[in-house]
Design a binder for this molecule. Sequence first.
Ligand code: XMP
Length: 319
Amino acid sequence: DWTMAAFRQEMIEKIRAQVGTGKVICGLSGGVDSSVAAVLIHEAIGEQLTCVFVDTGLLRKNEGEQVVTLFRDHYNIPLIHVQAQDKFLGELKGLSDPEQKRKTIGRLFIEVFDEEAAKIDGAEFLAQGTLYPDVVESVSPHGGPSTVIKSHHNVGGLPDYMKLKLVEPLRELFKDEVRALGRELGLSEAFVGRHPFPGPGLAIRIPGEVTAEKVKTLQDADAIYLDEIRKAGLYNEIWQAFAVLLPVKTVGVMGDARTYEDVLALRAVTSSDGMTADFYEFPWPVLGRCATRIVNEIRGVNRVVYDVTSKPPGTIEWE
Ligand code: XMP
């Protein structure tokens, strides 16, 4: 559309004017916002941009690899892929308080990112996919680290030791506009239409302590849930859909054996900006198929429940 085409051109000029011949580092989270920001900036300044993708191991199934493929192979954008899964899991060990988990992830992310950024000689700028709602919500007490360099709801929250100037081309945009810009830049519909994903990732969808085994279980179950939603043609009607692995065991029966395994909660909401949300009214058969597949295909889960709480009073995430 012409507005986005004009905006794209305008932003490219602005980025060039701000950055000059300087080097820019962009932290990729795996999400849509930071990806769109990176592609736009790359279009503006090419090889002056280096992306750093800190892989926390807490993304949805296969999304880490997808980011690497998209940037390195498809766009040919210089990308440093930091495999930090073990580090994150190691530091999350023993933590079960939601805010402590958020803070730990936020701190580690900055540490790891900073270590990589320091290796990029002469970098002057840090690019972020900050959106307008992030700017507005920066005074809200709720929330934690986002794409994570920015502390979610804490815009401009750069650690002092990172003396980088911010490049934030999406600051005036809402989510749907970022998606439109992504399309304008040639990103695929499947990528651009992805549901929002929180910076702390799956860690806040595993109430209690996070372990590698639980992350794997949740990734697999979540992938089945999203697969069924896509097959039913409902993905784009939903703002966010995800599974939560509960620290609760219940009794079930499989064949003629008693089981005693974990409960998985499914959540789906509609929303326009994430500030308020309604639980999504699934057709029952879709939920039924999800439950059947998850219990049959995922070891260690024998019960599936659906969350019918709207926001407020609930939040979208469980932590
Ligand atoms: P809540 O749970 O507060 O979520 O209703 C509102 C929106 O924000 C996302 N969310 C986060 N995003 N860091 C983020 O980057 C966080 O700590 C965080 N907590 C929640 C959530 O996925 C939803 O889109």
